[in-house]
Unconditional design. Structure first.
Lengths: 1182, 454
């Protein structure tokens, strides 16, 4: 049709051009311009060609001319018109006066499609639009996309690309249209069209500070954030990369929203999304890499391969993941190539140097204090039973040995010399040698190279990463990641993707650090030295007295000494992990609104652990010695075979995940839009492991003792005898099968109202050995209202405003829970050579699934020019039938507590996310604030005791299997009421039945939970992070701060009993009560003998040691300078960035006045403080 | 469109086949105990079924004492409370004998319950009976041990009102525990053993599985504790008719007892629970009462094998029948049958036979390079006194002294226990309430069962 019109007009043009007359006569008042020109055309035979806008803006003409030449006649006709014209080759072109310096438009020689009917004989023409796309130094941007955007702001089919010199040309561009010029890595431009666009300069996207369109990924579909009803928190690449580090998850705390890392005592730190949804079940959020849950070690994924991270916080966002999503979902999207993308290469290299830890920040009893304590205990006879043992083998500290000598010394002079020696120990601090000889600077290196590119139907991305870390104790870790990913579009509606991701990592143990170098009962003496005055390594006595080890078996044993500086070199542990992830996917678009996805992922992870106790290690020498006997001929007979002990385990994980999914994206008219997905999924996970080991291993010759008898009992030097079991272990094999069906639909009306619904049901072979209770359906509902799209909405300063709310139910699986009694075989040695059975789960007919319901309401807003945007969200959740540790009448025979559905809880909180562009030019300042609150409360807790001691623990008791009290947070800190110190004795005073008391044992056994002091939550109730980015020219500075407020922790106590037994005690020892009056300034009890653990206990768990945990931490500072090619023309690459990062910079403010870091303080003795590190790096884009 | 049909078709196939897919065992080693083999596997878990026999009674008894310094150096108050019969707060907060006793009982009960679901056929009858016998005997063994600690001594006059122990026999831990009377407790023990005995083999291949002789000895022990001496003698006799094997201490080399499997005297192995902090029983801590030590004659091999001398001249007990490992032997050894028989014969006035039985045992204890001098008694009273002394000497640290004191005081032995610490004397008079040790306080709170008055 269009072509037909084209030829018709063309013909017309040719015909009308043939008539010719040069002189023009015209007269009249207020004649329409069109009529005038029509007349001139008739008289002259010239054609007139108009731009459409010219017709609209023409003014009426009044004139009176007689036989003027055409040129002059036209001059008069156009004298008062806002139009320009040009005469060429028997035609006259008319166009609007452009704003400035308009040049002559090129008129289509072949007439374009006509939009409005021009006057007869007139031709309406759209000019050809031409231009050139260049970067800021004038270099052509080859392949830049130029798209025509219509009046409605939508992209039209009209588009082209810049050629090899950067030129482009577009025909038939309506003159009310706009052009959108984009190029990867550059800021897109949108311009009003004009025939000659001239040189269009695209600016590079600066390394940060620019807004990108946020498309959140749920792992099943990509959603524009503005259309989602659920709670999604998005971390873009720029924000994510403000930190430097080896692993992904460690960065989230400083930039994520609604995330807090729980470091309370008891286990490894756990990332929590919006607090707890379960008490006893798995607490970690589900981690999804691209489309599937990552089953291997998440530390395998290199942060450099990450494109963005989305955190799914509420039930609606997460419900698509079903039963595993109760704790939130973290979606990691990795980098991909794009179609029509020129080759780009990125290189990122950095090196991080970390300082030695400051051991003096750990609280340790002073050597002087410890020596005095030992003298006191010695006087009381504390060591007598060790000394009198026959033979006396148990280690005594050097000071106690000296005290023993002193007792035996006969002359006052000898005693004085010994006293002097004892005094000298007061000057030594083990931390001096540790800092000097044991700890080193940490050095981490990271190199990442990635390339990507693509043409019209093929896109690819390849990367190679290498990390090499060496920690403060010289533990080594290195990792190689290789990735290749491609997309292929053989047909316009068929997209095939595949990728392969390979990771290899190796780690090797480092030295034993502070708290790991032990000499007595897993403790040590604070005045130990590791080297002698000449700097030579010292061997220490470990667990046994040298008086015994030197003489036993007539001294013919191997060396008994322990060499803390080098022992780790002989006692090695290596871990190798190989992981391969293969992904394929097909997307087939059946009709434009309907497509089909089939995805498959295979993962295989092989992990090998090899540990060797070499014959030179203390452990090997000790074991060999201890099970040696003296033969009648005076030589040594080894029981435990001479040599090292070699052990290995192999773990083999493989998973298959298959998903079929239908996607619908249907517009009905302009008003209705339906986006829906539905599909099914099958997952299979196999875990296999086996292990074994060899005795008498020689690491040089690779030989071992093959005829060692495992059934024989070998006598020990200390009496008794031992067997050394076969190191082989039975292979293990576990299989997990999942079948899931899911669906999700969202309907939008006029882009204002959206309703979403999602449902999922899972079944697996995990829930017991029966298929009951499977197919538990989980669902969510959501509604959003885009107020800003309403006609009545007039707030021009706030162009984006949206309300959304969701409600949903998610579940939690504890795969270990079954309602039936199960047992497991163990092929340990019985007398009968048959395996024996151990009970795993106990019959529990009352067991049910955990459910978590969550309600979420939020508002998203965006101010004009994106000066301020963000969201406020409130959530409420309710968990019922939660598994918890129920204290049990253990007469039942299944232990002191059992995990069962004991509890229900409720929780609520607020998530605030604010992004502000505070200053734009010339200095830039952007700020991002994530602030969250979270509170929870136990609504019900069954079967709990009221005895206070059951509720007392470090951190929140729940983590250590303690019950929770109704009405208090799930993780509550309780303590005993503190009555100060007895002014006469320095005894800690507690309360018994409301009265002050020093009957510590009775306080411990009879105080009820209601008599305890309740402090508050042990996990932060207010937390978040605040990052600020400043830019000036090519400089950028990023500062990340995090804060945790509104929680309590228990400070490390001094236990006099532990100090006596292990030498371990805090510096509080030196603050103890020593004389009447001291109770005025200290809460640390006096020393007393006999040692009384109840007395220690009362103090340890009293109010006196509970501190507020509130603190603000400076997480990182990054300074970078970017070299752009437009500033430095000689640069061989497009962009280069040099950056310096400072990490782990410490606490800026804390509520407690005690010298402890509330986050590192986990109630464990000897938690070595972290130290700051500095990274220097270079990032280059070619 | 075709693709969608395929997909739908695939889903249908998937759903129909997934039942099987979902029945796949998630862990190859995980089973529900439903086969005889599984039940025997549970019984063979010897750490639980043989080990961890309650030892708090032995700790409360008078076979040992602690030096003041040792007592003071104990790391926890509850250990001192055990030593001084404080009557409260005598358990570690983490684990205790009650926990382990009932842990074992749960397994024995589970085996019996599951056995009911397995039909006894001619093919499996032997194995079925064997398993039932073992479970019943182990259950009786642990009930007896618990009754000796947490209940008063059996007294026929008050047995039906005295508080016994809970006799849980269910798999469901949600059911509450209830204490039955002492009489009910002992009837249960006797019934279990009586039923078990004919089901058990006369000889067993391994020392961890209980056999008929050990069950007879347990039955004899039960009646002895009930002071039904006639029956006790009868069952000790039954045991001795099956085996009279003893370990001749003259064959013990290198001053160490042979390992449990090589000790012919051991009929059923049981390990006394080595406490969490283990301190009281450590060789370096406990001291043997010198008056007992003195009663061992020089050529009594036990004097050398049982004791080690400390640097201060005192002695510690080290003669556990535990095969060289450090746990104490609380199981069943044949020597006990001799001692029960001897005592009961003496009580019945059969002095000569009683001394004969005793001497048969002692002949294996004295140095055979010297001529064995049999012990003699001229009266019933002398015989009984001699035999009871030998019983105490032979069965040191076997977990039997505490119930023995309770029983003997009921007979009027008037044994008064005393501890002296730092000059302070603690006394436990005969038949004191504290002989029934307090049940752990948390159990009382959680179950609502009545506590033993202290």
């Amino acid at each position: 049709m269009r072509i037909a019109t084209f030829f018709m007009v063309w013909g017309l043009l040719q015909v009308s051009a043939k008539t010719s007359a040069q002189l023009i006569s015209l007269s009249g008042k207020n004649l329409p311009l069109m009529d005038v020109l029509k007349e001139i055309r008739q008289q002259s035979g010239y054609d007139f060609i108009f731009a459409a806008s010219a017709l609209e803006h023409a003014r009426p003409v009044s004139m009176d001319i007689r036989e003027l030449p055409l040129k002059e006649a036209l001059r008069q006709v156009f004298a008062h018109q806002p139009l320009s014209y040009d005469i060429t080759d028997r035609s006259v072109t008319v166009w609007m006066n452009a704003e400035t310096g308009a040049s002559r438009p090129d008129v289509a020689r072949r007439a374009p499609g006509v939009k409005k009917t021009p006057p007869e004989g007139m031709v309406l023409a759209y000019p050809i639009v031409r231009g050139r796309v260049v970067d800021s130094v004038g270099q052509p941007l080859v392949g830049a996309s130029v798209r025509v955007i219509n009046v409605q702001g939508k992209r039209t089919t009209l588009q082209t690309k810049a050629d090899r010199d950067g030129y482009f040309e577009l025909r038939n561009v309506p003159d009310d249209a706009r052009l959108e010029i984009t190029f990867v890595g550059y800021i897109k431009q949108e311009l009003k069209t004009k025939p000659d666009m001239g040189a269009i300069t695209l600016k590079l996207v600066p390394s940060a500070l620019e807004e990108v369109e946020v498309v959140v990924s749920t792992g099943y579909q990509q959603l524009p954030k503005e259309r989602a009803t659920g709670s999604f928190s998005y971390i873009d690449n720029k924000t994510f990369n403000q930190q430097v580090g080896t692993t992904i998850l460690e960065r989230l705390e400083a930039v994520g929203n609604g995330i807090v890392v729980d470091r309370t005592y008891g286990s490894d730190p756990v990332i929590m999304v919006r607090g707890l949804s379960t008490i006893e079940g798995p607490r970690e959020p589900l981690v999804v890499v691209d489309n599937f849950p990552y089953e291997g070690d998440i530390n395998n994924i290199n942060p450099n391969d990450v494109e963005s991270i989305t955190i799914l916080k509420d039930a609606a966002a997460a419900s698509i993941w079903g039963a595993r999503a109760g704790n939130g979902v973290i979606i990691i999207v990795t980098k991909k190539g794009n179609y029509d993308q020129p080759l780009s290469i990125n290189l990122n290299a950095n090196i991080t140097v970390g300082a030695k830890p400051d051991l003096y920040k750990t609280s340790q009893v002073s050597s002087a204090g410890f020596v005095e304590y030992e003298k006191y205990l010695y006087g009381m006879g504390y060591y007598d039973s060790k000394i009198n043992r026959n033979p006396s083998v148990d280690i005594l500290s050097p000071v106690v040995e000296l005290l023993l000598l002193r007792d035996k010394a006969t002359t006052a002079g000898d005693k004085a010399i010994i006293d002097q020696q004892i005094e000298s120990y007061k000057q030594i601090d083990i931390r001096d040698d540790m800092m000097k000889y044991l700890y080193h600077n940490m050095v981490n290196q990271q190199y990442a190279l990635s390339m990507r590119g693509g043409n019209g139907n093929f896109a690819w991305n390849a990367s190679a990463n290498y990390d090499a870390n060496k920690d403060r104790l010289q533990e080594k870790y290195n990792r190689i990641n290789l990735q290749y990913r491609q997309s292929f579009r053989p047909l316009p509606n068929l997209d095939i993707q595949s990728s392969i991701y390979f990771t290899q990592s190796n780690s090797k143990n480092g030295g034993e650090g502070y708290g790991e170098v032990t000499t007595i009962n897993n403790g040590f003496f604070p005045y130990m030295r590791l080297v002698d005055d000449q700097g030579k390594e010292l061997g220490l006595d470990r667990n046994y007295r040298s008086a015994w080890t030197d003489t036993v078996l007539r001294g013919q044993t191997l060396d008994w000494k322990y060499y803390p500086l080098s022992d780790w070199k002989h006692k090695t542990r290596k871990l190798t992990s190989n992981d391969i992830l293969i992904n394929t996917g097909i997307n087939y678009t059946i009709i434009p609104s309907l497509s089909l996805d089939v995805k498959y992922q295979y993962e295989k992870q092989l992990q090998e652990t090899v540990s060797l106790e070499g014959v030179d290690s203390w452990m090997a020498r000790y074991t060999i010695n201890m099970w040696s006997q003296l033969k009648p001929d005076g030589t040594i007979q080894y029981g435990y075979p001479y040599g090292g002990k070699y052990q290995f385990t192999n773990a083999d994980l493989s998973s298959h995940q298959f998903r079929g999914q239908v996607n619908l994206n249907q517009h009905v008219g302009d008003d209705h839009e339906i986006v829906a997905i539905a599909g099914g999924e099958i997952r299979m996970l196999n875990n296999k492991s086996n292990g074994g080991g060899l005795y008498g291993f020689d690491e040089e010759l690779l030989t071992f003792n093959s005829n060692f008898d495992h059934t024989e009992r070998y006598p020990s030097l200390l009496g008794g005898s031992s067997q050394f079991s076969n190191l082989s272990s039975a292979p293990r094999h576990t299989t997990t099968h999942f079948v899931s069906m899911f669906g999700n639909a969202a309907y939008s009306y006029r882009k204002r109202y959206t309703v979403s619904l999602s449902a999922r049901t899972d079944a697996s072979n995990l829930f017991g050995l029966k298929t009951n209770d499977q197919w538990n359906p989980l669902y969510s509902l959501g509604v959003s209202w885009n107020i800003a799209n309403e006609d009545f909405y007039r707030l021009s300063f706030l162009p984006n405003l949206r309300l959304r709310t969701t409600y949903g139910i998610s579940g939690n699986i504890n795969p270990a829970m079954t309602a039936v009694t199960t047992m497991q075989y163990n092929s340990g040695s019985t007398t009968f050579g048959t395996p024996y059975g151990m009970l795993q789960n106990y019959y529990n007919p009352e067991l049910r699934w955990e459910t978590a319901k969550q309600f979420n309401i939020g508002v998203d807003f965006g101010a004009r020019n994106q000066r301020l945007q963000g969201s406020f969200e409130y959530f409420y959740k309710r968990g019922t039938d939660l598994f918890g540790n129920a204290l049990l009448d253990y007469t039942a025979g299944v232990g002191k507590s059992i995990t069962k559905n004991v509890s229900s809880m409720k929780g609520n909180g607020l998530d605030v996310e604010l992004n502000a562009r505070i200053i734009e030019v010339p200095f830039k300042w952007q700020s991002r604030l994530n602030y969250s609150t979270y509170r929870d409360e136990i609504v019900d807790y069954l079967l709990s005791r009221t005895t206070g001691s059951s509720y007392i623990a470090y951190g929140g008791g729940i983590r250590q299997g303690k019950p929770a009290r109704k009405g208090n947070p799930v993780n509550s800190v309780f303590s005993y009421r503190w009555g100060g110190l007895d002014p006469e004795t320095g005894d800690p005073i507690g309360y018994l039945n409301g009265e002050k008391s020093t009957d510590h044992a009775a306080i411990r056994t009879t105080t009820t939970v209601d008599e305890l002091v309740y402090h508050g939550s042990s996990i932060p109730t207010h937390f978040g992070n605040w990052t600020n980015s400043f830019g000036y020219k090519a400089f950028e500075l990023h500062v990340g701060v995090s804060f945790k407020l509104g929680y309590y922790f228990r400070r490390e106590p001094i236990s006099f009993e532990q100090l006596a037994r292990q030498g371990i005690g805090t510096g509080d020892f030196d603050l103890r009560w020593q004389k009447p009056g001291d109770e005025q300034w200290t809460d640390v009890p006096s020393i007393r003998y006999p040692l009384d653990s109840s007395r220690d206990y009362l103090y340890e768990f009293s109010e006196a040691l509970v501190e507020k945990g509130d603190h603000v931490r400076l997480q990182y500072i990054r300074l970078n300078y970017t070299f752009q090619k437009d500033q430095f023309r000689l640069l061989p690459f497009r962009m280069a960035q040099v950056y310096v990062n400072a990490n782990n910079l410490g606490v800026l403010w804390k509520a407690t006045k005690k010298g402890v870091d509330p986050d590192l303080m986990m109630g464990t003795t000897h938690s070595v403080p972290g130290s700051y590190s500095v990274s220097v790096g270079l990032n280059i884009n070619f | 469109m075709k693709l969608i049909i395929y997909l739908l078709f695939a889903s249908v196939v998937l759903l129909s086949s997934c039942e099987e897919f979902l029945l796949e065992k998630s862990d190859k080693r995980l089973v529900t105990p439903t086969r005889l083999k599984d039940l025997q596997g549970l019984i063979d878990h010897s750490t639980i079924m043989n080990g961890r026999v309650a030892a708090i009674g032995e700790r409360s008894a008078d076979n040992y004492y602690l030096e003041d310094a040792t007592y003071d150096a104990l790391s926890a108050g509850y250990m001192r409370n055990i030593y001084t019969w404080k009557g409260a707060d005598i358990y570690s907060l983490d684990e205790n004998d009650w926990l382990y006793t009932y842990q074992t009982l749960y397994r024995a009960n589970l085996v019996l319950l599951r056995l009911d679901d397995i039909p006894r056929t001619t093919d499996n009858a032997k194995e079925w009976d064997h398993i039932r016998g073992q479970a019943l005997a182990i259950r009786a063994f642990r009930y007896l041990s618990a009754a000796g600690i947490w209940a008063k001594a059996y007294d026929a006059a008050t047995a039906e009102t005295d508080l016994g122990i809970p006799l849980r026999q269910t798999e469901d831990f949600n059911e509450p525990s209830v204490r039955v009377s002492v009489g009910e407790t002992y009837r249960q023990i006797i019934n279990s053993l009586t039923e078990a005995i004919p089901l058990l083999p006369i000889g067993t291949r391994g020392y961890t599985r209980i056999g008929r002789p050990a069950a007879y000895i347990l039955l004899a022990r039960t009646h002895l504790f009930m002071r039904e001496y006639e029956k006790a003698e009868r069952y000790a006799d039954s045991a001795l008719q099956l085996t009279r094997t003893l370990l001749d201490y003259n064959n013990v080399t290198e001053d160490k007892f042979p390992s449990a499997q090589n000790n012919p005297e051991i009929l059923f192995w049981g390990g006394g629970r080595y406490d969490y902090n283990g301190e009281i029983f450590q060789v370096s801590m406990q001291r043997i009462d010198s008056t007992i030590y003195q009663t061992f004659e020089a050529h009594d091999l036990r004097k050398r094998l049982f004791f080690m001398e400390n640097t201060d001249g005192s002695h510690s007990f080290q003669g556990h029948y535990s095969g060289g490992n450090s746990s104490t032997f609380f199981g069943v050894a044949n020597s006990e049958a001799y001692l029960i028989q001897a005592e009961c014969r003496a009580r019945a006035g059969k002095v000569v036979e009683a001394m004969q039985t005793l001497n048969e045992l002692l002949a294996n204890r004295y140095d055979n390079t010297l001529p064995f001098q049999p012990l003699t008694a001229t009266s019933q009273a002398e015989a009984l006194e001699t035999i009871l002394l030998e019983r105490r000497k032979e069965l040191l640290f076997r977990g039997l002294r505490w119930p023995d004191i309770k029983r003997l005081n009921k007979e009027g032995a008037n044994i008064v226990l005393t501890r002296v610490i730092d000059g302070q004397t603690y006394t436990l008079p005969p038949n004191d309430n504290r002989y029934a040790l307090p049940i752990p306080e948390d159990i009382i709170e959680l179950s609502g069962m009545p506590q033993n008055p202290q």
